[in-house]
Unconditional design. Structure first.
Length: 181
């Protein structure tokens, strides 16, 4: 019998001073049986960094042809494609061909830097690709906050994200490895 995804609910209060975006969002995250709390919380961070009413979690690990998050316009074209982890060059090429903007977030420093060294030469030709490294210690702290029902406040200013829950405040500052042109 196949294992089912675990459902997590997150209420996000987002204050994005960089984009002047303010929202109260109720999100449902399905954590795949093979997904860790770290990866799930990294998806939540990616959502907070790009928050928009049209941004959606996808089937992610359950699907080879969808990213972890995407944002489509009203005509169904993919505006934003967000991957977590270390996609291979073929997957990046396909994503960059399908979406206006592609963002990859790595959340494991050692393996992320090794992956980046191997792929940065071929990734340089994708003008709509940006690659960012999330701080591993912050993701580990966020994983400790993972509960089936979460209430989080997110404030983004100057590229720096602060996530708080109760008395805990966690700073997440992504390191830019490649900017889109």
């Amino acid at each position: 019998m196949a294992l089912k995804s675990t459902i997590f609910k997150a209420e996000l209060s987002i204050t994005d001073l960089d984009r002047h975006y303010y929202a109260e969002l109720a999100l449902t995250l399905a954590r795949h049986p093979s997904e860790t709390d770290e990866r799930m919380m990294a998806r939540l961070v990616a959502f907070a960094l790009h928050a928009d009413e049209a941004l959606q979690f996808t089937r992610g690990l359950s699907s080879d042809d969808e990213p972890d998050l995407w944002q489509k316009n009203l005509s169904g074209e993919i505006e934003l494609w967000i991957e977590l982890g270390h996609p291979d060059e073929k997957r990046l090429r396909r994503a960059c061909g399908r979406a206006r903007q592609v963002v990859v977030y790595s959340y494991q420093k050692r393996s992320g830097l090794t992956w980046w060294e191997q792929i940065k030469g071929s990734a340089g030709r994708f003008g709509n690709l940006s690659v960012r490294m999330l701080p591993e210690n912050a993701i580990a702290e966020l994983a400790a906050l993972a509960e089936r029902s979460m209430r989080l406040q997110c404030m983004l200013q100057d590229g720096q994200l602060w996530i708080s829950s109760g008395e805990r405040n966690i700073e997440v500052t992504p390191e830019l490895l490649k900017a889109s042109s």
